[in-house]
Design a protein around this ligand. Structure first.
Ligand code: DGJ
Length: 734
């Protein structure tokens, strides 16, 4: 590349760059910079990632060699972890990549930088790509790997991106869990050795570990102080995050598709595009990094991320499989009378030859069970209209059961190993459809398309997925591509979802996968929200939603008021607390309203009305986590603040209960110190107002001192219990 072209390329990237640092490429967002050294014919190396660099700072990097290769490849250097490892057709296991050129494209919202690398011997290419947003502090990194050789090259490892993180007292925050206990926060110091966070479910990927992490660079993680690097792999399939700490000054972080059992044979002329790794940096602690992910997510990733979500009732915990016309009508009437806006009919509505009465049949037979719903979906839509609400429906389109008409007609559509009886999933009969097969893709698209064509008034779809990929084997892929199954499954899934979104952009779709199995930024561009967990117990939800909020905004976190005793933990939690927890996410209900007392219904009606007032703050505002339930201080607290800092909602939940307990007074965050805020308690049940009710406090005072919150509710004796929670609405006054 000639110098003139290079200078032109770099002018858009580095302020003052010009010819001065002609080999350095600076990728910047409003407050962050990623600096690379990209000498033509030399190695692409990473110089820096963190707080935005000034022109003076940039100058100091001139001529620096950098920390490490920006995308380390295997072969000539063998002793460290690498991002990419391949085997060429002639058996050669090595790569040696050199910079060929750098290109930038400038779009409205982001600048894309592509560094093209070529192997020094083979016609093998890597585009190392970065998209830096202009209005949010996120840089997306990914690679495009092209085989220009005459024969296939096998990719044995193919990470999306690599980042060295300077050693010191670095702590890792990540999410770990299991079904009904998703999104638990784990915080640990990074020590020597290898930390691997991975998934092998095949179909879903966030029940156990999550594909997102945060690194606190200044010792023990803090919510509102300290430097933090965050990373989120945007991929719905198997992933692997590696943090290798060996004998040098850096923790070496790699993230990408999990290559286990997935060796990829890259054909001549083919390009393999890795998923994006979204990187962020904040000096406002973990909550600051979360706000960056949330803003970027709402603006650029989440389907309809700028539209407020409806308040719904889902039928699952209310009636389970016991679906019938009368029951659905009653639930619709009840949610409408409480001010709800949407009713979702869950599992159990379909199947003709094999009615779906339990979880052991009928998936794939997406026809209404006329015995349960004689007036069909039309009847339900008419009921919804009568009650003035919208209607939604549950499907699980990627799956079938051995007991189904679909399986009888298309046994060749299931994922199954040749010559072996398949291992079966849920209900002892469930199987996963082979989405690598275009016929299956058409079928799955058709499940949504047929419903929406016949019943265009359907407003919401709950898309479930209740089985991992077992039985490694595609009846569609050729023998030499069997190791592509996991990757092709997700390519097929993406094709289906792209088609659905192209045709139905406004349809609300929830990603559910046995609860929280699909909370990932690779999934959410097609989905409006996800079901956080099948566990609706409010106390456990405080912990799960806390963890989930590290990477995902409240607007995407479906959070429902359910029955007491809770159906998963059997814990009896008062309705006020259940409401206050559900109201910190996308509020809904998951309960049989006909079993509620009039007083309970009135409480919910009031809560729904109040949630409507604060909905824009919760769903579109900035999150400040204040006291973590994981710190075991006896309470948890967080707040949402509008970007203008004129309104805020403060949540306070007690997490344990003892007499004469001494709870910390919670200091607020995110307010304007110079503004005055009037305090009003929402969902009040106490006989007397709080002492702060109606009073006006400065933002500075609230952020230095917080408010005194009584440990118990002042209610009649027979209403007292061991839970307390508060929701305070703060509005700036002149
Ligand atoms: C699992 C989901 O997580 C539940 O909410 C419910 O939809 C059931 N599947 C239905 O089978």
């Amino acid at each position: 590349m000639n110098l003139k072209k290079r200078m032109k390329t770099f002018v858009g990237l580095c302020l003052l760059s010009g010819g001065l640092f002609a080999q350095n490429v600076c990728v910047s967002t409003p407050n962050t910079s990623l600096l690379l050294s990209a000498p033509e014919g030399g190695e692409l190396r990473i110089l820096y990632y963190g707080q935005k660099l000034t022109d003076a700072d940039l100058r100091t990097f001139e001529g620096e060699r950098g920390i490490d290769a920006a995308y380390p490849v295997y072969g000539l250097t063998c002793i460290t972890e690498t991002a990419l490892s391949v085997q060429h057709a002639d058996g050669n296991m090595t790569l040696q990549m050199a910079v060929e050129n750098v290109a930038t494209t400038d779009a409205d919202n982001a600048t894309e930088t592509t560094v093209r690398l070529k192997d020094k011997v083979y016609p093998f290419y890597i585009n190392v790509c970065y998209r830096a947003y202009k209005d949010v502090d996120i840089i997306e990194a990914w690679t495009e790997i092209t085989n220009g050789e005459k024969k296939p090259v096998t990719l044995n490892q193919f990470a999306s991106a690599y980042l060295p993180i300077r050693r010191g007292e670095v702590w890792l925050s990540h999410l770990h869990g299991s079904w009904a206990n998703e999104g638990r926060l784990v915080q640990e110091p990074l020590v020597s050795g290898m930390k691997v966070i991975k998934n092998k479910d095949g179909a879903r990927n966030s029940h156990t570990d999550h594909a997102e992490v945060m690194f606190s660079l200044d010792g023990q993680p803090r919510e509102n102080q300290g430097r933090v690097i965050g990373a989120a792999l945007c991929y719905g399939g198997n992933y692997k995050l590696r943090i290798d700490t060996h004998d040098d000054e850096y923790h070496h972080f790699f993230a990408g598709i999990n290559e286990d059992n997935s060796a990829y044979h890259l054909e001549k002329g083919e390009t393999f595009v890795t998923p994006q790794l979204a990187l962020t940096y904040s000096d406002e602690g973990l909550s600051g990094a979360s706000r960056n992910f949330h803003r970027w997510g709402r603006e650029y990733k989440l389907a309809n991320g700028d539209k407020l979500r409806k308040i719904l009732l889902n039928s699952w915990e209310g009636v389970y499989f016991d679906i019938n016309q009368e029951g659905m009508d009653q639930m619709m009437a009840d949610i409408a009378s409480m001010g709800g806006e949407l009713f979702v009919m869950d599992d159990g509505w379909f199947g003709d030859k094999y009615p779906r009465n339990k979880d052991n049949s009928s998936l794939g037979d997406w026809v209404v069970d006329q015995r349960k719903l004689p007036e069909g979906i039309e009847g339900l839509l008419a009921d919804a209209k009568k009650h003035g609400i919208e209607f939604g429906i549950w499907i699980e389109p990627e799956m079938t059961n051995t007991v189904s008409e679909l399986y009888e007609q298309h046994p060749e559509w299931i994922i199954k190993a040749p010559q072996r009886e398949p291992v079966l999933g849920r209900g002892g009969t469930q199987l996963v459809l082979d989405l690598s097969n275009p016929e299956v893709q058409d079928f799955v698209f058709g499940v949504v398309d047929n419903l929406m064509t016949k019943y265009p008034e359907i407003d919401y779809i709950k898309w479930d997925a209740n089985m991992p990929i077992s039985n490694h084997g595609s009846q569609y892929l050729p023998a030499d591509k069997q190791s592509h199954l996991y990757i092709e499954y997700h390519r097929g899934f993406a094709k289906v979802c792209d088609r659905i979104r192209a045709k139905y952009p406004d349809l609300t779709i929830q990603a559910c996968a046995s609860g929280g199995g699909r909370a990932n930024w690779g999934i959410l561009p097609w989905f409006d929200e996800f079901w956080v967990s099948d566990d609706t117990d409010a106390l456990q939800r405080v912990y799960m939603q806390w963890g989930t909020s590290y990477f995902f905004p409240a607007i995407a976190m479906a959070s429902h008021i359910s029955a007491a005793p809770n159906h998963q933990t059997f814990r009896t939690i008062p309705l006020k607390y259940r409401i206050d927890v559900a109201m910190s996410g996308r509020l809904g209900m998951e309960i049989q309203p006909k079993n509620m007392t009039d007083e309970e219904k009135a409480l919910c009606k009031n809560a729904i009305a109040e949630y409507k007032q604060i909905r824009p703050i919760v769903q579109l505002g900035d999150l400040y986590r204040l006291v973590s339930p994981y710190d075991k201080l006896g309470l948890a607290s967080l707040m949402y603040v509008t970007p203008e800092k004129d309104k805020a909602v403060f949540y306070w939940w007690k997490t344990e209960h003892f007499v004469n307990q001494h709870l910390p007074r919670v200091v607020m965050a995110g307010l304007d110190p110079d503004k005055l805020y009037k305090v009003h308690e929402l969902n009040r049940i106490d006989n007397v107002p709080l002492s702060c009710e109606g009073k006006v406090y400065s933002g500075a005072y609230l952020m230095a001192n917080g408010l005194e919150i009584p440990y118990n509710h002042i209610v009649d004796y027979h209403k007292q219990n061991d839970y307390a929670s508060r929701v305070l609405y703060l509005e700036a006054v002149k």
